[in-house]
Design a binder for this molecule. Sequence first.
Ligand code: MN
Ligand code: MN
Length: 285
Amino acid sequence: MILEVPTTDGSCGSFNDLRPGMVTVVGVPFDENSSFMRGPALAPARIREVLHAGSTNLCSESGIDLGTEPRFRDLGDLEFASGVVAFEQIEKTIAELLDRNVYVLSLGGDHAVTYPILKAYGKQYDKLNILHLDAHPDLYDEFEGNRLSNACPFARIMEENLAARLVQVGIRAMTPHQRMQAERYGVEIIEMRKWQPELNLDFRGPVYLSLDMDVLDPAFAPGVSHHEPGGPSTRDVLQLIHSLRVPITGADIVEFNPKRDPLGITAMAAAKFLKEIAACMLESN
Ligand code: MN
Ligand code: MN
């Protein structure tokens, strides 16, 4: 089922057999902008490994079998050079996929990769709503001198007007600077201390879902670089995703760090989210 597609310079002829409406998975193994600890570049391969290890199947809870679903395709990992040029190549390849009218579910990488992905989405979709699940708002103007840090992507996204609305859920480590940034950019934040079982997220159009694995309580997902206790369970997050009643036109699952995940618990949680988000994308579009 896995197609390893060579995407050397971002232009890939193998995208030719993609049909409009497909949900495609791409790995974005890039963690050079991680502010604390490297490791998320190993995530896409590890997520695929546990997904296909035989301990689980490829069915979503709603009954969609990704193993036989003709509208689902794993395209393998994007290839890109090291350094700042990587973002241009990621953006270009995602834009080529969107030109083919497919939906993209990206496997990071650290959260910095969401910026080039959403730049590509911004060209294709006017006024996209972003639902951002994270322990952190990632709104730093710059972090330790790096404006492309994994602590900054949503500052870049908002200053470039790539979102109609940015709704952040699960936040529980917000600095005064980031509170000011949130006000400046009109970010809607549901802090973790205000989380309720039935969060009524009132979206009126397509949603891009950005899922940082550290939104989960570390008890459910120890394999992340930034442990932030007091988060939701895997089921809480699944329930939130399942409750969306608008099309999910794109998504990313980021910040899984296999180096901190000796038992594979976080890898399997990420694989579970892959299945459930892909199914929601298939069902909602
Ligand atoms: Mn994040
Ligand atoms: Mn985070």
